[in-house]
Design a protein around this ligand. Structure first.
Ligand code: GLU
Length: 480
């Protein structure tokens, strides 16, 4: 049987990293098995609709490289792939369930339900619909429908017995039916709820493997009752353990955790995000950590999926990102770094190519770049303590002497290249009786004002240019 998986996001306006990981696993499983990966837009909750949100889903998947074989934009044999466009598909199925006794019309007003809910809350119980409308006579139902009374259709959950299903991660999951609520299948606006639409669509779209977040674990027994009622074979369920922000809570955009777009905007590389995400909840066999998407398509399996939650770790993600940045060609690095460098520096005034060479191995995330180079545009304020460095044997006194000595040497350099700076300064140092570090450390501090810089004294002096270097030197010497 051909494997058919689906990613079924609701258009929320951003790509949650947990969702992206679900999409990734779903995609990889289809590819690994030579199957189909389907995109379905679940937009039946029209109140939550966000403008432009569907386009963002297409864009995010395309950027991530997760190409779908069927979906709203590419078509396919099971379309439409947007639930609101399938509106008329669901009601006949709901009616079929009413016929077989697995569902029923409910005309209860909001007031009645609110009252019952408040009552339950007062008693400290979880609200469950009391099947009030289950026993209305056929005639009464017809009369009320004819009169145009608003209604919903509810699932008729048995009051006794058990409902369960098998899950690849969680094994056999079973609950007592009397703990389950009679879900709404069709809402008053005629649209299906997620609870109904996911079952109908997964069936009609021939989905063989459903991978989704484990927040659906507790509802899945109800879905299985629907499959049974229709006489359909349920898909293989894979409920994924959550991506946590910390031990206490899930990753959440509302709590300020980044979405996929946020990470891209901060200057993370897609390949690094994907590589990091795939390992967040899945382990390959062996120790290998670096995988391209193509390579993952060859090795991904359900056996490697984690049975416990994973914690999103920015430090580890940054490490991956830095590794991927290091692997870029210098040209590609420069291309990606330029907009970030330009935030702090005028490209006409600084040698970005040289800066790129100095920065590539030091870059973890691109958004750190402006802060790493802004000292070149403007001399930062700094404390003279910076001159003191035990390892370099630099003291305030030695620094003072070193700067006084180096000033005329620098001034005499005509050809302001790194090589020339290096040769002329190095050849002058022995006469001072100082160690290299005793001269080079204060020189770099005096012209950068920073403890650590991309490049040493010669690189920084070169980048600043002669005039600015001498100007900074003079100012720093005056304050020492
Ligand atoms: N629309 C659901 C969500 O975004 C999808 C759940 C599923 O994959 O079945 O959470």
């Amino acid at each position: 049987m051909e494997v058919r998986t689906r990613f079924a996001p609701s258009p929320t306006g951003y790509m949650h990293l947990g969702n992206l990981r679900t999409a990734l696993y779903t995609y990889l499983f289809a590819r690994r098995n030579g199957g189909k990966f389907i995109l379905r837009i679940e937009d039946t909750d029209q109140e939550r609709e966000v403008e432009g949100a569907v386009d963002l889903i297409y864009k995010s998947l395309a950027v991530a490289g997760l190409s779908h074989d069927e979906g709203p934009d590419v078509g396919g044999p099971c379309g439409p792939y947007v639930q609101s466009e399938r509106k008329d598909t669901y009601l006949p199925y709901a009616r079929q369930l009413i016929e077989s006794g697995h569902a029923y019309y409910c005309f209860c007003t909001k007031e009645r339900l609110d009252e019952a809910r408040a009552e339950a809350e007062k008693k400290g119980e979880t609200f469950k619909y009391d099947k009030h409308c289950l026993n209305l006579s056929k005639e009464e139902i017809q009369a009320r429908l004819n009169a145009g009374e608003p209604y919903v259709i509810r699932q008729n959950i048995p009051t006794t017995g058990k409902a369960g299903f098998d899950d690849v991660i969680y094994g056999h999951v079973e609950v007592d039916c009397d703990t389950l609520d009679d879900n709404i299948l069709i809402k008053a606006d005629g649209l299906p709820t997620y609870n109904f639409a996911n079952v109908i669509d997964d069936h009609l779209m021939g989905i063989t493997h459903v991978m989704r977040g484990n927040e659906y674990l507790s509802s899945a027994p109800k879905y299985n009752l629907l499959y049974e009622a229709f006489g359909w074979t349920p898909p293989t369920y894979v409920h994924l353990t959550p991506v946590m922000a910390n031990a206490q809570r899930k990753l959440s955009k509302r709590k300020g955790d980044p979405s996929f777009e946020d990470l891209l905007n901060q200057g993370y590389l897609t390949e690094a995000i994907i590589n990091y995400l795939v390992l967040l909840g899945w382990s390959p066999r062996g120790e290998r950590e670096f995988y391209t998407l193509k390579e993952l398509e060859e090795v991904f399996d359900l056996e490697g999926l984690s049975k416990s939650p994973s914690i999103f770790d920015t430090v580890k993600l940054n490490w991956f990102n830095a590794e991927y940045i290091r692997k870029l060609s210098p040209e590609k690095y420069l291309e990606l770094a330029t907009p970030w460098l330009s935030q702090a520096l005028d490209p006409g005034k600084f040698d970005f190519k040289r800066l790129g060479e100095l920065l590539q191995s030091r870059t973890e995330v691109f958004n750190q770049l402006p802060g790493m180079v802004d000292f070149l545009a403007k001399m930062p304020e700094f404390e003279n303590d910076l001159y003191v460095n035990k390892k370099q044997k630099s003291t305030l006194e030695s620094a003072k002497a070193a700067l006084a000595f180096i000033r005329p040497v620098l001034e005499s350099i005509g050809d302001w290249t790194e090589q020339e700076l290096h040769d002329r300064v190095m050849e002058a140092i022995p006469a001072t009786g100082m160690k290299n570090g005793q001269v080079l450390w204060p020189m770099r501090i005096a012209i950068s004002g920073k403890m650590s810089t991309p490049g040493g004294a010669f690189e920084i002096a070169y980048l600043l240019g002669k005039e600015e270097t001498l100007k900074r030197l003079d100012e720093s010497m005056a304050r020492l």
